[in-house]
Design a protein around this ligand. Structure first.
Ligand code: ZN
Length: 600
């Protein structure tokens, strides 16, 4: 609606032959004017502009320019400026007085409008609710991942932003079903746990069996001799944690002596368990397969994440029997009962479905550039997740930051100088596959990338931006950041030229190709222990104030990168030598994606 009016208005202006408006105004660029007109329309400033004093600027909370206002008669503009119906129209002289002043006023108005829209009309909670509560986790190859791709396209379209799903590969399709685990002997207790991703189902049955702890044997030969003992049993393959209290809790309440003792005992337990695993002669994958082959009923693990109530939930290695993860408390209970020869029994039902190979997609949305449509400013966040929780902070928050920034930009800055493109990547969790595929499939975009901003480390406000080894990144990133409101900017530490990220998230796919991809990196909010890949990565962990601040930051950085008169430099810095080998530092190598995943 808004952009429709704007387009009409602008084309009318440009059709007026006697005016030659663009020359007369000495405009820095057309997109700036288009966007400003859009804003005037949006803010309904036609009334304000009739004021013959500085009120306009005061109302916008801007410093008035050091020029007198000039007047234009109704006849000059009336056909063109649809929203400005008053008899006299006064434009701030800055609009007419040359590029620098014009640019500054435009920047200021647009930045303030971005903040206002993000603050007064935030869509973040709706987006989070629809995506995380409505659709849920987004494991690559799951129907929920495809549902999320389709949801994002529809959402962008509803904002008037063209979007598409772009196929980059295929993956083993799997859909999580019911996980139901109970201890049924020596008493009944429902166990907190779930099957791991891609775990086989129990084929519609409930399987009951005794538990057995992976034996501590002398060597791989002894292990093979022990293996028949697992037949019909659930094999416990994780260490029993000596404490379910996280370290910060010990530090708060423990005595120095008891803390030291606990840490020493725990370290010894960990060493002993690692040795036990090693002596089987098998790696994790082959151990699972050996247990399966020997007739085990299932594999039971507990991947505690060093916090109250948190386990990391990754994928299963078994191909026929279920692999389940059990919460620390229940795992400890079963372990101790098994160790003291009580012979506890559990019953397990897992109902997942195998769906064969399914196509996998990136979701892309685009606001076309008006002056340099073949140069790109990108927003970036992976869309997939692990599926123990709902992938709220990994990477639901990065996802909604980029969606909200796009929505705001479309409203406030719908005629960017360069093209704005957002990438919601598939299968980051298995090795940056979606973004690596995009880099491989779109060399023309990568070669003309002005900048890419990726966010993928939780819900926190951005506190770090590095130059990723690009020698001149200091010059443009600090200039762009200078327009970010102080309360957001003052939180951010910058490092230049920094070093090129070799992995960690999708910006690295672009950096490896020599393209200016940057990570806007968040404060932790206990991300590593409590939400990253855990069963507790859910809506309630989102800190919406911080996420909103990130959406504002992303939108302003995109605006500044789009409007920058210069293409960014991608000159690489000389990397420091490897301190271990003394060899010269090397730029990370470009890696091809896995295009056919989840198959052996
Ligand atoms: Zn992530």
């Amino acid at each position: 609606m808004v952009s429709q009016n704007l387009t009409n208005a602008t084309s009318s202006i440009l059709r007026l032959p006697p005016l030659k408006l663009q020359n007369m105004l000495n405009l820095p660029n057309l997109s700036n004017l288009l966007n400003l007109l859009n804003l005037l329309n949006l803010l309904n400033l036609s009334n304000l502009l009739n004021l013959s004093n500085f009120k306009t600027f005061k109302l916008l909370n801007l410093s008035p320019p050091p020029f007198p206002y000039i007047r234009r008669s109704k006849n000059t503009f009336s056909q063109s400026l649809i929203s400005m119906k008053k008899t006299r129209l006064l434009l701030p002289a800055a609009l007419l007085a040359g590029s620098v002043a014009f640019g500054q006023v435009a920047d200021s108005i647009i930045v303030k409008s971005i903040v206002k829209e993000a603050t007064e009309n935030s869509q973040l909670k709706n987006l989070a609710h629809e995506l995380l509560d409505g659709i849920g986790p987004r494991l690559v190859g799951s129907p929920q991942m495809k549902q999320a791709n389709d949801w994002a396209v529809a959402k962008y379209n509803s904002w008037g932003i063209p979007a598409r799903n772009e196929k980059w590969g295929e993956w083993r399709g799997w859909e999580r079903g019911v996980s139901h685990i109970d201890m049924v002997y020596p008493r009944v207790k429902t166990i907190e746990g779930m099957q791991l991703a891609w775990s086989p189902s129990t084929n519609g049955k409930t399987i009951t069996g005794e538990t057995i702890i992976l034996a501590d044997v002398a060597d791989s030969t002894a292990f093979q001799q022990w293996l028949p003992n697992v037949k019909g049993k659930f094999v416990m393959i994780s260490m029993c944690q000596p404490t379910g209290r996280p370290d910060y809790n010990w530090d708060e309440f423990g005595t120095k002596e008891s803390i030291e003792k606990m840490k020493k005992e725990r370290a010894a337990d960990q060493q002993a368990w690692a040795a036990r695993m090693r002596k089987t002669g098998l790696n994790a994958k082959n151990l699972a397969l050996a247990l399966e082959k020997a007739g085990a009923a299932g594999v039971v693990a507990s991947n505690w994440s060093n916090g109250f109530g948190v386990n990391k939930i990754f994928s299963a290695n078994t191909t026929k029997i279920p692999t389940i993860d059990i919460a620390l408390e229940d795992y400890g209970l079963l372990y101790r009962l098994t160790e003291s020869n009580i012979k506890p029994k559990i019953s397990v039902r897992t109902d997942s479905k195998e769906l064969g190979m399914v196509p996998t997609f990136n979701t892309l949305a685009e606001i076309k550039g008006t002056e340099k449509p073949n140069e790109y400013v990108m927003l970036s966040a992976h869309f997939d997740s692990w599926d123990g929780g709902t992938g709220a902070t990994d990477n639901g928050t990065g996802t909604i930051v980029m969606m909200e920034a796009m929505r705001i930009l479309k409203k406030i800055y719908p005629n960017p100088k360069r093209t704005i493109l957002v990438g919601h990547w598939g299968s980051e969790e298995q090795g940056l596959n979606g973004s690596r595929a995009f880099v491989e499939d779109h060399p023309e975009i990568v070669a003309n990338l002005q900048a890419l901003f990726n966010q993928d480390n939780g819900t926190g406000r951005v506190v770090n931006i590095g130059g990723q080894g690009f020698l001149n990144s200091y010059e443009y990133i600090t200039r762009w950041l200078s327009k970010v409101p102080a309360d957001i900017r003052s939180q951010i530490e910058t490092r230049f030229p920094g070093s090129p990220g070799a992995g960690g998230s999708d910006f690295a796919s672009f950096v490896a190709a020599g393209a200016p991809g940057f990570s806007i990196s968040s404060t932790s909010w206990s991300y590593g222990n409590y939400t990253w890949h855990t069963n507790r990565d859910t809506y309630d962990k989102i800190v919406f104030d911080d996420v909103r601040s990130n959406a504002i930051l992303a939108a302003i950085l995109v605006y500044m990168a789009c409007e920058d008169p210069k293409k960014t430099s991608t000159e690489k810095s000389v990397l420091p030598p490897n301190p271990r080998t003394g060899e010269p530092g090397r730029w990370p190598a470009k890696t091809s994606p896995t295009r056919k995943g989840g198959v052996n």
